[in-house]
Design a protein around this ligand. Structure first.
Ligand code: ADP
Ligand code: MG
Length: 261
């Protein structure tokens, strides 16, 4: 198993596709090859219904592809039992959603600590508290540890969500319209944070229909009608969103999640 160093694939799709069984069958993601190397910042863009959520669900180990091989950090995820996929997801993938999905009556620190319990690992309560503090400091919220989400701004809430995603030390930060609920100025600060994390070595994959956001990545991959292609070929698309049900991730129960990629 390989984990560290540049020039290694974090995400490696070989002929990965997903056809929903139907009836009628829906080929939502056509078999595709994609490599995201460690330390890359890649954006995925496409109009509503193009397959972005399907891609996210496969890349995030929420759904199994119906064809091909998906290696995450060199691990063939198709060969894993569900329990092992869940553990891999918890330890290697940090999710960031448009709607933050924070627990409203818990402080920023508690939100991060509780998620760490679901992410697995063997850290003690004290270690979790220390890691949560460190993660919140990393996103510039060291002074907001004991605030509940209702007393935080939208940008601060998304920072808590990013701190939560980072807490397990993931290989991949998978962001689903991370600035979709934010005004332009706040969105910019969140995008700047993602830039910083990328500069510090994080592998970042952002799904967006916003071309300004798509332009922040080093590389843009477009999806149209389930077909993945390098380069942003869409112009002026809008996305009404779609919903799907997925397992609990980042300690967020599935019923509180909405899938808006
Ligand atoms: P996007 O996120 O880009 O809006 P999706 O990945 O949600 O697109 O959907 C891609 C296609 O797959 C759409 O045609 C959608 O209707 C279809 N689809 C999504 N989820 C399911 C499902 N569970 N069963 C059948 N078809 C689905
Ligand atoms: Mg979607």
């Amino acid at each position: 198993m390989t984990r560290e160093g540049p020039g290694e694939a974090v995400v490696e799709f070989t002929g990965v596709g997903l056809t929903y069984p139907g009836p009628p069958p829906v080929p939502a993601l056509r078999p595709c090859d994609l490599v995201v190397e460690r330390g890359e910042y890649v954006t995925i863009t496409g109009p509503s219904g193009s397959g972005k959520s399907t891609f996210l669900n496969v890349a995030g180990l929420l759904d199994r592809p119906t064809s091909g091989t998906y290696r995450l950090d060199g691990i063939d995820t198709g060969a894993l039992k569900e329990r092992d996929r869940t553990a891999l997801r918890g330890s290697r993938i940090g999710f960031v959603f448009q709607s933050f999905h924070l627990l409203p009556y818990r402080t920023a620190a508690e939100n991060v600590e509780l998620a760490m319990m679901y992410q697995g690992g063997k850290r003690s309560r004290t270690q979790r508290a220390a890691a949560a503090r460190e993660s919140l400091e990393r996103v510039g919220l060291g002074h907001r540890l004991h605030h509940t989400p209702t007393t935080l701004s939208g940008g601060e809430r998304q920072r808590v969500a990013i701190a939560r995603a980072l807490a397990a030390g993931p290989s991949l930060l998978l962001c689903d319209e991370p600035t979709g609920n934010l005004d332009t100025t706040t969105a910019e600060s969140v995008l700047t944070l993602l830039d910083t994390l990328h500069t510090d070595g994080m592998t970042v994959l952002v799904i967006t229909h916003d071309h300004a956001v798509a332009g922040r990545g080093q590389r843009t991959v477009a999806i149209r009608d389930g077909v993945l292609s390098e380069g942003d070929t869409n112009a002026g698309v809008t996305d009404a969103g779609a919903t799907s049900v997925a397992p609990a991730i980042n300690g967020v129960p599935s019923e509180t999640r909405e899938n808006v990629a």
